[in-house]
Design a protein around this ligand. Structure first.
Ligand SMILES: NC(=O)CC[C@H](N)C(=O)O
Length: 252
């Protein structure tokens, strides 16, 4: 059975593997460069990108990850994983951090602030809904979340988030203020796709709605490497029955 690799250095890799399981797919933990050879697609989970980058460096994973991306294999980065896949990141810790790159975009590492500024929001997801069915919105779980500040022309924006009027932009990050502000609403990008690369600033693996996982599995199928149509067809069946009952149930 074809499997999806999940980078398992740190962060929410178990939750991604559980989401894949709900769709009838097996996720395998990837910790070493040579393990990438046994998978044809990869999820880079959320967590803490500086720590994850240090661990990736320690295990000499960066060259293999870059090669994986350059070979056109489907890779999905969520949150810290999105930062990994960005060509450029701002707001990094002192000394910066190594990136895999591939997504032609600039990401702000902690755009929405620190842990206490974490939040959930209903996002408009027209492309996801048109591919996967279900509601026009998706419940985004943002945990110390990044945002995409700029994208290149080849990047497709799949979701953005309107900054509420009680937040102002300060040093290019969203900082909450108490009083109402007259600052016009601004949108930041929170989900993008560029060829075989997918990036989400939020955590779909922490909700019961499996549409982003199923969307990624379709990207894997479209590339047609290693994943049989039959396996993904099983996934689709699982996902649609899932959807009927469990859209908005958080799993944590
Ligand atoms: N939930 C997350 O993955 C947070 C990412 C975090 N902002 C970072 O720098 O890595």
């Amino acid at each position: 059975m074809a499997v999806v690799g999940v980078l398992a250095l740190q962060g929410s890799f178990n939750e991604h593997i559980a989401a894949l399981r709900r769709l009838g797919m097996k996720g395998v933990e990837i910790r070493k460069p040579e393990q990438l050879q046994s998978v044809s697609s990869l999820i880079i989970p959320g967590g803490e990108s500086t720590t994850m980058a240090k661990l990736a460096e320690f295990h000499n994973l960066f060259p293999a990850l870059r090669e994986f991306v350059q070979m056109g294999k489907p890779v999905w980065g969520t949150c810290a994983g999105l930062i990994f896949l960005a060509n450029k990141a701002v707001g990094q810790k002192e000394g910066g951090q190594e990136l895999v790159g591939g997504l032609n975009c600039t990401v702000h590492r902690n755009y929405f602030g620190s842990q206490i500024q974490s939040f959930e929001a209903e996002l408009l997801v027209p492309e996801l809904a048109s591919q996967e069915g279900g509601p026009e919105t998706f419940r985004g779980v943002f945990i110390r979340a990044p945002a995409v500040l700029e994208v290149g022309p080849e990047v497709e924006v799949l979701a953005d988030y309107p900054i509420p009027s009680n937040k102002v932009l300060y040093s290019s990050s969203a900082v909450e203020i108490q009083e109402e502000s007259a600052v016009p609403e601004k949108k930041v990008i929170v989900a993008i796709k560029q060829g075989n690369l997918l990036g989400t600033a939020f955590h779909p693996e922490l909700t019961a709605d499996t549409r982003w996982h199923s969307y990624f599995l379709k990207m894997v199928r479209d590339v047609g490497e290693g994943t049989s149509n039959t396996t993904v067809a099983v996934s689709e069946t699982a996902s649609s029955s899932d959807r009927q009952t469990k859209y908005d149930l958080p799993i944590f």
